[in-house]
Design a protein around this ligand. Structure first.
Ligand code: FPP
Length: 261
């Protein structure tokens, strides 16, 4: 399903003075956009609310990011929802997040149907509560036939753990005789990561101003363009998304080479 430019224009309408749809090249939309959704807690604190309110507000931003990605014609949107390190948070917050993931996914399934979005997960889902796992499986099954944008949710994801897992898998295959050491190349490693089959992200957006990767897609981000905004995730809008794309389109991507004169 390609982009519908009429729908896109209607979706954006009139906006803030500094950015408009005309500022971006619709022919140069990144294929894969990835987002580290950060700042829910600070957003809530700034309003005298409980951190959980920040996560609940973050769901609205995520819904908008999914719709914006579809409208712009992005092929893959991936988001970092819960890291392998996030288990260290207070049990109450972890429980809330796990419940929020399950209820949100259930609630948003009609959107995935309406927009032909295919769901996918990055991370070790075995450690998640049964309720969350069951809903995730349902989401996978029910959207498996969709051919539009892929929405990849990173949950219980850690890049180092992902690389260790891939390494162990490769070692087992070599030990079993089904893989020769000489055949281990970048493609071989890529295809054993959670992101197997997905293109590497072209653009990584991180909200709330932090300048770090937080154990996210270390392999896949090798040549990705980064965009960091001070905006907290619950305030991140379709206009912020457009600002990120405008910034991305001003970059000179050389992938380690040099621009030909
Ligand atoms: C980071 O903010 C955010 C998270 C760890 C959770 C992300 C979850 C959502 C956006 C809710 C919706 C998600 C789904 C998949 C339904 P933080 O808590 O680290 O904020 P802080 O750095 O200001 O404390």
């Amino acid at each position: 399903m390609g982009r519908d430019d009429q729908k896109l224009r209607a979706y954006y309408g009139a906006g803030p003075a500094d950015i408009s749809l005309d500022d971006i090249d619709l022919g140069g939309i990144p294929r894969h956009v990835s987002i580290i959704m950060d700042g829910n807690g600070r957003w809530a604190k700034a309003r005298g609310l409980d951190r959980s309110e920040g996560h609940v507000a973050g769901v609205d931003s995520l819904r908008e990011a999914v719709t914006t990605s579809v409208r712009l014609g992005v092929d893959v949107l991936s988001v970092y929802a819960f890291s392998t390190e996030n288990w260290k948070r207070p049990r109450r917050e972890v429980n809330l997040l796990m419940h929020l993931f399950a209820t949100t996914l259930m609630q948003e399934l009609p959107l995935f149907f309406q927009e032909d979005v295919r769901l996918r997960f990055l991370g070790d889902l075995e450690a998640l509560p049964r309720e969350t796992r069951d809903v995730f499986q349902r989401g996978l099954d029910e959207t498996a036939g969709h051919t539009g944008m892929t929405f990849a949710l990173a949950v219980n994801y850690g890049s180092r753990a992902e690389l260790v897992r891939a390494t162990c898998q490769i070692a087992r295959e070599v030990q079993a005789g089904s893989l020769a050491v000489e055949d281990i190349d970048e493609e071989c490693v890529s295809s054993r990561l959670y992101s197997s089959g997905l293109p590497d992200p072209d653009l990584l957006i991180r909200t709330s101003g932090e300048l770090r990767l937080s154990n996210y897609l270390l392999w896949q981000l090798a040549y990705t363009e980064f965009y960091v905004t001070d905006t907290y995730w619950p305030d991140f809008s379709r206009w912020d998304y457009l600002r990120a794309i405008r910034s991305y389109q001003r970059r000179d991507r050389r992938f380690g080479g040099v621009r030909q004169p």
